[in-house]
Ligand binder design. Structure first.
Ligand code: C2O
Ligand code: CU
Length: 481
């Protein structure tokens, strides 16, 4: 990994902004091996098979499905307010679509097969076009057989830059993934395995940062990083500890949040979610500090990557001032007084209490459901495919509270398309920061209340982002009209 740190010290804001728009972009690209950072509002993207050196030197390359030959795909960068146009070409032997996760796009651009568009056939093309309303860290991935298509490598980061971002020395993205590879470094061909579907999803054995098993991430003492974490794994929930560093969280799911240090110093990023951190690198030149994943308390934390300090002198003696909040995005504030409340109960899975569900209008017990490849329900219904009667019909412009309860023995990161919601409360306790998110992680037996204005018309998916849970029925359609 190249370490291209700017040699100079703190600079006036105006020059920094200039650098971010011009030379600074090349710098950020060199520092993070996420393909070619592309800027400008028109782009082409090709989905095809490829081979990438996922596990590293001297080991076989891994056969993948990928965008523009890389895993993750190229980091797409736009400016807030840009009109974005992306022509997607499908060179796979399978149908596909692209979903712009977290972006509030018009429904027809949301990339859900059969629900918002016809799938892009092999050899076909589709042009996605939308305005980048919100600045922040987003990502893109297929919504057709996601468990296998994302699971083979189709995913990439999409960054919408603020017109005026608080200055940092480097702006870096880590796309976190987790793969189930055999000793030959190839994907184990058991995508959609029923044990994975009915338990924790396809947990892998190989964690990568930006598509590689990474030994180290080069840093320089004294620098201030904006680190954008994207969890593109099928099922793994990360809980990162930054070995002696205490990063501030400044955005969740692309949406600014009051800068804060998370509880216990652990940054939890569930599948589908993003977290933007400001990291002040206060360690000594020449030292190494492991970044650990400590999410699973039953297992020992393992090392994801080392922060490896160069021997260069520190850029500065002390952190460059307090961490400033990011400018807010133009989201409609839900007024709770008039909000309509809906309960949403998540059911199913192994070791759960709810042992039956409705499948295509027919009541089935868990054995029959499993026989049909299903294991999960939302409000008692297990979904098949992307086309169904809406589980909720919402009135355009009205504020809603969704009170979600996880009645299962498993974690579920629940994602709503086309909107961002405020997390009002967890387990009946008010959430102090009322975070805007598009994906909310709900632990076994826990509840989460979220609120939003249904201001984007159309049929929107609502599903668990553990892709095997989504496949196994934990999905529904929310209609806004
Ligand atoms: Cu990240 Cu329904 O998607
Ligand atoms: Cu789930």
């Amino acid at each position: 990994m190249a370490s291209s740190l700017r040699p100079e010290g703190p600079e006036p804001i105006a020059r920094r902004r200039l650098l971010i728009g011009g030379a600074g972009l090349a710098l950020a690209a060199a520092a993070s091996p996420v393909g070619v950072a592309a800027q400008g509002s028109a782009r082409a993207l090709k989905a095809a098979v490829g081979r990438v050196p996922m596990v590293g030197d001297g080991r076989p390359e891994t056969a993948v499905w990928c965008y523009d030959g890389a895993v993750p795909g190229p980091e797409l960068r736009f400016k807030q307010g840009d009109r974005v146009r992306i022509e997607v070409e499908n060179d796979l032997d399978d149908d596909t679509t692209v979903h712009w996760h977290g972006l509030r796009v018009p429904n027809a651009m949301d990339g859900v097969p059969h629900l918002t568009q016809l799938p892009i056939r092999p050899g076909g093309r589709f042009v996605y076009e939308f305005d980048a309303l919100d600045a922040g860290t987003f990502w893109y991935h297929p919504h057709h057989r996601s468990f296998a298509q994302i699971g083979r490598g189709l995913a990439g980061a999409l960054v919408v830059e603020e017109r005026m971002a608080p200055p940092v020395d480097r702006d870096v993205t880590w796309v976190l993934s987790d793969w189930r590879l055999g000793p030959d470094a190839q994907h184990v061909e058991d995508f959609g395995d029923m044990h994975d579907v009915s338990h924790a999803g396809r947990l892998g054995n190989t964690v990568t940062v930006n598509g590689r098993v990474s030994e180290e991430f080069a840093v320089r003492a004294g620098e201030r990083l904006r680190l954008r974490l994207v969890n593109a794994a099928n099922a793994r929930i990360f809980g990162l500890r930054f070995g002696g560093h205490a990063p501030h969280v400044v955005a969740i799911d692309g949406q600014p949040v009051e800068p804060h240090r998370p509880d216990g110093g652990v940054i939890v990023v569930a599948p589908g979610m993003r977290t933007d951190l400001i990291v002040d690198l206060g360690g000594n030149p020449g030292t190494r500090h492991p970044v650990l994943d400590a999410f699973d308390r039953r297992r020992d934390p393992y090392r994801v990557v080392d922060l490896a300090y160069s021997h260069d002198l520190s850029l500065r003696d002390r952190p460059p001032g307090p961490v400033a909040p990011l400018p807010a995005n133009p989201l409609a504030e839900p007024t709770l007084a008039g909000a309509e409340r809906h309960e949403i109960v998540l059911g199913g899975g192994m070791m759960g209490r709810r042992n039956h569900g409705m499948v295509r209008g027919q009541r089935m017990d868990m054995r029959q459901m499993m026989h049909n490849g299903l294991a999960w329900t939302i409000n008692g219904v297990a979904a098949v495919g992307h086309m169904h009667e809406p589980m909720l019909s919402l009135r355009l412009g009205q504020a809603y509270v969704l009170a979600m309860r996880n009645d299962t023995a498993w974690h579920h990161p629940m994602h709503l398309h086309g909107h961002a919601f405020r997390v009002l409360a967890r387990n009946g306790k008010a959430a102090p920061r009322r975070e805007w998110q598009d994906t909310v992680l709900i632990g076994p037996g826990e509840t989460a209340d979220v609120a939003f204005v249904a201001d984007n018309p159309g049929n929107w998916m609502f599903h668990c982002h553990i892709l095997e849970h989504q496949l196994g029925g934990m999905m529904g359609v929310v209609r806004v009209a």
